[in-house]
Structure formats: structure tokens, C-alpha cells
Design a protein around this ligand. Structure first.
Ligand SMILES: Nc1ncnc2c1ncn2[C@@H]1O[C@H](COP(=O)(O)OP(=O)(O)OP(=O)(O)O)[C@@H](O)[C@H]1O
Ligand SMILES: [Mg+2]
Length: 252
């Protein structure tokens, strides 16, 4: 399965990506977490590993990559960047860090102020994901940047499901509607996790998000908050995350 985790800034995408990845690993899946957020630098800490060198830098950096894609694009292929289809096991050791059997691969990060737009990272994310072949025993969890710009870049192509993380904010509701529309156009199913909710908030949210689209409801959890504040690994096991993973397994 390839699952795209989307949502508003700060809704909990990275937190839930890590918890879902760990749960699926425990269930016996080969798990790859793809960090497709070019700005934020916190995902590796939540996974408890040092920041790996990202794929873009491993491929020679942004400039070199732009050269490669301008040669590859006229042919309409990703050749020149990837010589063959990759499975999770084909990812070179230097390109991903491992923790507890889970691989983490960041696509690319913006290093310097004024270094230009992040579009090449978007192109590389799309190329990498469409070049990645998964088996029934593989789970690829893609943590995306905030908002829905990646939809415009076609990142969802080749994914099995979009999981939208919705926190209690009106902006999140609007984004959820947009995600549903875009999922429909791309013919990919979209489901939601309500995050940081309590009963009162949930009742208000139900006017905006239809309950059959909601896979789980996760309440505010102080341990999650404090671990992330201190840059520590997330190790807790939540029944709601197990519910999400059971749902993913059933749907794939
Ligand atoms: N269920 C929760 N309970 C308490 N705090 C939470 C919960 N989920 C996420 N958080 C906190 O919310 C903040 C944002 O979480 P996270 O970084 O996972 O969001 P994000 O959507 O990945 O953000 P960004 O768009 O910046 O990448 C963090 O401080 C995190 O600890
Ligand atoms: Mg994040």
C-alpha cells in the first residue's frame, strides 16, 4: 500500500505518519516512510533517527537533478534519474536510514534562504513514488507538506489512498472538502483522521466531515505533545492508530 498523509499545517501529519508506520511494522509489513515535506525538519526526530542525507542530495543536488530531468522529460520517462523500477529493498543503503526495521527516506530539503522554488523536490517526489513498486507486504507512508499544493504536482498518482488529517479548525474543514474533490478527480479514495478532538469539538466537526469518511478520532495527547516539543522519538501505542491501520489493511 502507498498512503499519502495530507492536511493543514500543524494538524498532525508527521506525528500520525510515524505512529502509523510503527504500527504497520509491528504487524509485519516492510515499511518505508517518505518525507515529502521540503521545509520541515522534524520527522526524523519523531522516528528517533539522525537526519539522513536526502534523495535530492544523493542524486547530486538540485542543479544536477534539473539537468537530469531536462534530459529525461523529452522522452517522457524517469530514465536518467532511476535506471529501473525500485522496490523498498532496492533503495540504496545510503539513501535511507533505518530504525526498528522502518526505512526513512527524505526527498529533499530547502537548505538556504533564497535558493529558489521547491518544484524540483515535487518532481522528484512524484518520480520516486511512481517508480516505486510495492508488494502486498509493503507499506509506504508519505508525509507531505502542509496544504494541497502537492495535488497540483500529481503526487497522489499511484497512491492507494489519501488520509487527510483534520484538526479542529475551520481552515481544516475547507481543506478536507478540497481534498475530497481532488481525490474524486484523481479517482483515489480519501478518508480522514480527526486529530486533537474531544466530544464537544467532534460534534461541531460532524457538520463538516461526513462520519463515514472518518477512520479514527484522536484526542489531544500530552505525551505526544511533550515528546515532539523535546524532539524525542514517539513510541506510544494508541488504539486509535491500530484502528487506522486495520482499516488500511482491509482496504488494500
Ligand atoms: N493528538 C495530538 N495531541 C496533542 N498534540 C498533538 C497531537 N497530534 C499532533 N500534536 C502536536 O501538534 C503539533 C504539530 O504536529 P505535526 O508536526 O505532526 O503536524 P504536521 O501536520 O506534520 O505539521 P507541519 O504542517 O508543520 O508539517 C506538534 O506539536 C505535535 O506534537
Ligand atoms: Mg509535518
Amino acid at each position: 500500500m502507498k498512503i499519502l498523509i495530507c492536511g493543514k499545517g500543524g494538524s498532525g501529519k508527521s506525528t500520525l505518519s510515524v505512529l502509523i508506520a510503527k504500527n504497520l511494522k509491528k504487524k509485519g509489513y516492510n515499511v518505508l516512510v517518505v518525507d515529502a515535506d521540503e521545509s520541515n525538519l522534524g520527522l526524523h526526530r519523531l522516528m528517533g533517527v539522525p537526519m539522513p542525507v536526502n534523495l535530492m542530495d544523493n542524486l547530486g543536488g538540485k542543479k544536477e537533478f534539473k539537468k537530469k530531468i531536462s534530459q529525461a522529460f523529452p522522452k517522457g520517462t524517469s530514465q536518467g534519474v532511476f535506471d529501473k523500477k525500485w522496490g523498498i529493498q532496492d533503495i540504496p543503503e545510503a539513501y535511507a536510514v533505518q530504525t526498528g526495521g522502518i526505512k526513512l527516506l527524505p526527498i529533499g530539503k530547502i537548505h538556504n534562504f533564497g535558493e529558489g522554488c521547491a518544484c524540483p523536490m515535487g518532481v522528484l517526489s512524484k518520480m520516486f513514488l511512481s517508480n516505486l513498486e510495492v508488494t502486498d507486504n509493503d507499506a509506504v507512508i508519505i508525509d507531505t507538506e502542509a496544504g494541497i499544493e502537492h495535488f497540483g504536482r500529481g503526487l497522489e498518482a499511484g497512491c492507494d489512498m489519501i488520509l487527510g488529517v483534520v484538526d479542529p479548525s475551520f481552515e481544516s474543514f475547507m481543506l478536507a472538502k478540497k481534498m475530497e474533490e481532488m481525490g474524486q478527480n484523481a479517482e483515489i479514495s480519501v478518508f480522514f483522521i480527526l486529530n486533537k478532538v474531544d466530544e464537544q469539538v467532534e460534534a461541531a466537526m460532524s457538520q463538516h466531515i461526513s462520519s463515514e469518511k472518518v477512520v479514527a478520532r484522536i484526542s489531544k495527547n500530552n505525551t505526544i505533545f511533550m515528546k515532539s516539543l523535546q524532539g524525542e522519538e514517539l513510541t506510544m501505542e494508541l488504539p486509535e492508530i491500530d484502528q487506522v491501520c486495520q482499516f488500511l489493511i482491509k482496504g488494500n
